[in-house]
Write a protein that binds this ligand. Sequence first.
Ligand code: NZQ
Ligand code: ZN
Length: 393
Amino acid sequence: MQNFEFYCPTDIVFGKNAEAQTAAKVQQYGGSRVMVIYGGGSVERSGLLKRIEENLTAGDILFKTLGGVQPNPVLSFAQKAVKEAIDFGADMVLAVGGGSVIDTAKAVAVGVANPEVDIMEYWDKGRTFDVCAPIGVVLTIAAAGSETSDSAVLTIDGTGRKGGAHSDLIRPDFAIMNPELTFTLPPYQIACGVADIIMHTLERYISYTEDNVFTDLVAEALMTNVIKYGRIAVAHRKNYQAMSEIMWCGSVSHNGFTGLGRGKEFSAHKLGHVLSGVYDVTHGASLAVMWPAWARFVYEDNPERFAQYAERVWGVNAGTAEERSRAGIRMTREFFEQIGLPTNFSKLGIGVLSDADIEKLADICTANDSKKVGVFHPMSKADVMAIYQSVNK
Ligand code: NZQ
Ligand code: ZN
């Protein structure tokens, strides 16, 4: 087990009617003028936004609302929101929505606390975070885990570059998590969330670190649970038990807990982010395509590790380590297909790409072959192209 430090201070209010505690939590974390950020309208249609507004009003909290965050959120929207938040005098940012809204809210909170800095510097130039306004979340989808994570993923407009900035300073102060708020999700979106939740643990699980027994058991239990309840949630979106399980697993899967004591891989995320940055595909769907492709490319580097995953998560007991590895990767891909997710570019909706298109993706991913992608098997531009080509059908 490697040395680690784990700091995950998000105050979680979980369960039915949790959103009734929004104003109390805002006050607890020092908010009196709140910038409320939301997405394309699902929270208006469900009535959630209205309930939050009434709750804040009843708590004598001033607020300003700004909707319009798109999935795969862009930095320019966050820049506009920072300006509005500063003009309003916001002292807290409240996200009402999913990962895209939360990530935008995180960027706005950084901008509010650093009014003299263009937030582009943090996402494009790697500027270090040193102060951030308080962030609250009312979560509406089990997926990205941004409600407890230390990252915010934004696309820099017009570049195809989508990437995360990381700091414990941008972990939300509180997260309100009522599984019933997810009951309006389309099944496809639930399935994308399920894939993302599994990946946040699986992309920490595949490594060379050994003797990390407790973290392995936690990771295997989480993935097994999300596979079981993910199937139920996709088929029955109003199943409270299933939605509760995947919502809580979603937060734990990306707060760092399931990877303590070993490094982080995230190659499929990097490959997928490029697809989302260029073609605006849904994050979880991009992972469903890219992880099996990546795994097939690299499993021979450490088949014992992939075999352990196959054995403990998918019950594959027979065969050599290589055979069990391949079975585990195949069963992962089949699970994605069973819950309605794509496993190649055509099914992802971007068609069969030309060689030039593939090369462009690989150039973005590797910064024109100037940096390797991944830790488990550092990949060159040629490797990245081969992986993309393997699902280009
Ligand atoms: O925009 P609205 O109208 O609200 O609709 C959203 C959106 O269309 C809809 N939705 C959300 N809750 C709903 C709902 N529709 C009906 N009922 C509800 N209760 O779902 C769509 C997707 O929303 P989005 O916020 O994009 O989903 P998700 O939570 O999957 O977030 C994805 C984003 O998070 C990033 C991804 O890259 C992507 O940009 N990630 C953020 C991470 C982080 N900050 O730690 C880690 C992840 O790996 C990921 O990269
Ligand atoms: Zn993810």
